[in-house]
Design a protein around this ligand. Structure first.
Ligand code: ASP
Ligand code: MG
Length: 420
């Protein structure tokens, strides 16, 4: 297959200068559109925004777990479904949501049109299952908005430069929404979901976790990359690169959620740490007798999302990748014909905070907390605003609670004010 060259985050043909700031992009996740009653509630919310005078583009996910069901159906049919056909199949869920929502909006007395990703002008590269958006040709959306319509766009999908239907990876509707917001020059992209916003930790693990008012793009990138599931990582990259403000909020209540915005000074002053994230879904690999360039080129060819990389000595390289990519990694490593082993009994706990840049001692405190819990980090990796430890999987949730407590993330006075 021909690979298409693309920029890591493409320059979306911006209509930003011509379009008014009265354009609002609203994205609704699977739980928010899980059944017809919820879809009707979503339709009302979309209509309410329209009645406030906004030009409204709504991006919908597939209903409930229907994408999972479609994937399962494919594997019932074939042990190795052809990627092109798999995309053809799993892109259907979002079309269903959009068509149904358009019907409900008509019943509320407004004009609406549903569009597939392809009709909406979302052009991607040719990597099925993980396609990247290379262009947004939003002419059709503009025309519909100009005609006073509400536009519903099927998330998670596009059309490749080879004219095939592609999907953007699980959670990809977030990226559809942010790419459209960037292309349409919308100032804000609202992400409606089944939680109230971005939390200091996963509330299922840490019930005392607090909703954050605001996080910086960099913090949100680190959070999404290290286990926070609320936004697809790529959507955050897109938002940062195009300056799209995100507002992550609940579709079940009107309360404000969490803003994802440019870092401002108050973020640095107030809280040293914004959150503790964790993941149980990573596999670590130890590879020998291969140069880093050869190894990572081969992994990239197989579209593996490598996360942590540690080069320990002359001969050994350690890296981590999502458990979902395990078969792609196996294929790539076997293809290289080098000795390797994998371990998937480790998870990862990460501390994230823009304030870390100006407050030394976070790592020392993190290790002391883990030490008190008799948890031994196996691999430690850092960025200017993150410290991550791979630890035994069964210790991960306990580590999250201990760190949340030690860094006093439950305290409301640790909160930062809104930036706007
Ligand atoms: N329906 C797709 C998924 O379940 C895309 C999305 O919801 O963002 O991953
Ligand atoms: Mg999602």
């Amino acid at each position: 297959m021909v690979a298409t060259d693309y920029e890591a985050v493409p320059a979306v043909a911006g209509d930003a200068e011509t379009s008014s700031h009265g354009t609002l992009v609203m994205k609704f996740g699977g739980t928010s559109v899980a059944d017809t009653e919820r879809l009707k509630a979503v339709a009302k919310r979309i209509v309410a925004a329209r009645e406030e005078g906004e030009r409204v583009v709504a991006v919908l996910s597939a209903m409930g777990d229907s994408t999972d069901d479609l994937v399962a159906l494919a594997y019932e049919m074939s042990p190795r479904p052809k990627p092109r056909e798999l995309d053809m199949l799993i892109s259907v869920g979002e079309r269903i949501s959009c068509a149904l929502a358009a019907m409900a909006i008509h019943d509320l007395g407004h004009e609406a049109i549903s569009l597939t990703g392809s009709q909406a002008g979302i052009v991607t590269d040719t990597t099925h299952g993980k396609a990247k958006i290379v262009d947004v040709r939003a002419r059709r959306i503009h025309e519909a908005l100009d005609a006073g319509r509400i536009v519903l766009v099927a998330g998670f999908q596009g059309v490749s430069t080879d004219y095939d239907i592609t999907t953007l990876g699980r959670g990809g509707s977030d990226t559809t929404a942010v790419a459209l917001a960037a292309a349409l020059g919308a100032a804000v992209c609202e992400i409606y979901t089944d939680v109230d916003g971005v939390f200091t930790a996963d509330p299922r693990v840490m019930p005392e976790a607090r909703k954050l008012h605001a996080v910086s793009y960099e913090e949100m990138l680190e959070m999404a990359a290290s286990g926070a599931k609320v936004l697809q990582l790529r959507s955050v990259e897109f938002a940062r690169n195009h300056g799209v403000m995100l507002h992550v909020r609940s579709s079940f209540n009107p309360a404000a959620g969490t803003w994802v915005i440019e870092e401002d000074e108050r973020m640095l002053e107030k809280a040293m740490i914004s959150g503790v994230t964790h993941t149980l879904e990573e596999t670590l690999y130890w590879v020998e007798e291969v140069s880093a360039s050869r190894l990572f080129a081969s992994l990239a060819d197989s579209s593996v999302n490598v996360d942590t990389i540690v080069q320990t000595g002359e001969t050994e390289i350690v890296f981590s990748a999502p458990s979902d990519d395990a078969s792609a990694v196996t294929e790539a490593l076997d293809g290289l014909g080098v000795p390797w082993r994998a371990r998937d009994d480790l998870g990862k706990v990460s501390l994230i905070g823009a304030g870390m840049k100006s407050h030394p001692g976070v790592a020392a405190r993190m290790f002391a907390v883990l030490d008190d819990e008799s948890i031994e980090p196996k691999i430690v990796t850092t960025s200017p605003i993150k410290i991550a430890c791979h630890i035994p999987r069964e210790d991960v949730e306990r580590a999250v609670r201990a760190l949340h407590h030690a860094f006093e993330l439950h305290r409301p006075d640790a909160e930062r004010p809104h930036a706007s």
